[in-house]
Ligand binder design. Sequence first.
Ligand code: FAD
Length: 309
Amino acid sequence: MSVADIMKTRNTFSFEVFPPKTDVGMEKLCGEGGVLEQLYTMHPDYISCTYGAGGSNVGKNLEVLDKIKADGKATPVTHFTCIGNTKDDIREKLQNYLDHGINHILALRGDLPFGWTGTNGDLHYATELVKFIRQEFDDQFTIAVAGSPEGHIQCRSLEADISFLKQKQDNGANYIISQLCWDMDQFRYWLDAIRAAGIWLPVDVGIMPITTISGTLTNALSRNACVMPRELCEIISKYWIFPNPYDPAPYDADAEKKKEDFHKAGLDYTIGLVDQYRACDIAGIHLYALNKYEDVAYIVKNSGIVDLI
Ligand code: FAD
C-alpha cells in the first residue's frame, strides 16, 4: 500500500536518514545490527533517504534505499532535487529508481549549493518537478513535497509560498512533509491557511530531535530562519557552554555535564512538540533520525508515537 493510501486510513510514522560519505558510515547504517535494523524494530511505515545537493552522494542514496527495499520492513522513499539535473537526467535517474522498486519520492527544488543562484538544471522549482514526474511517469510514483509553515526562506511572502504549494497539489503531489517548525502558533496558522487555500493534501510533520545547542542553532539559522520559542531559548540559555557552544575547547568547566543535561531537556522538549502536533489535523510524524537510533527511540517510546498506528 502506498504511503498516501495509508494516510487515508490512519496517521503514519516515519524516519529520515542520509547517505553516509564513508564505508564506515555505511556499515554503521546498513550493516548487520546497524541503525536501519534498529529503526525497523519501531515499525515505521517508511524511511526516507536524502539526496545530496548537486547530486553528490547519489550512489550511496540508492545503496541505502536498496537495503531498505530488500529488507522489506518499511517503504523506501527517496528525496530528489532539481539541482544540476537536465530533463534527460531526471528521466534516467527516476527510471533507475523504479527499476530498483523504489516508487516513492520527495520532489524538491533542493538546497542551492553555496554561491549558486539557481538550480543550474532544466527545472527551477519543485512545482515543475512534480509536473514533469506526472507527465513522464504517470502514477508510478507516490509524490511527497515540502511545505514550509513559516514560509520558505526565499519566498516573497507566506501567501506566495502557499500558492506554490497549491500548485504542487494541482500538479499531482500526494502528500506534504513539513519543514522544521518550533513555533506551534505559526504551524496552526499555516495549517488553517493552506486548508483555506484549498490544499487538502495530508501533512506529515517533519520533526528534528533537539539534541545539541550548536545543532539546534545551526538548524534554526543556517538555512531556514526558524523562530525559536522562548521556552526553547530558555533551555539553551540554561545550558549555554562558554564561550560559545561551537568552541571545540570550551573553558566552561561544566561543559560535559551541560551537554548531557541539554540533550535530555532537548529530547523532552521534542516530545512536547510531538504532543502538540498530534493534537492538530496532521497525517503523520516524520522524525529526522540523523543516522542514529537512540534519540528517536527515546522520543518514540516516551511520546507514545507508536500508539498512532
Ligand atoms: P520550492 O517549492 O521550489 O520553493 C523554493 C522557493 O521558490 C520558495 O521560496 C518558493 O516560495 C519559491 N517558488 C516556488 N515556486 C515558484 C514559482 N513558480 N515562481 C517563483 N517562486 C517560486 N534539500 C536537498 O538538497 N536534499 C534533500 O534531500 C532535502 N530533503 C528535504 C526534506 C524535507 C522534509 C524538507 C522540508 C526539505 C528538504 N530539503 C532537501 C531542503 C529543500 O530542498 C530546500 O528547502 C529548498 O531550498 C526548497 O525546496 P522546495 O522543494 O521547498 O522548493
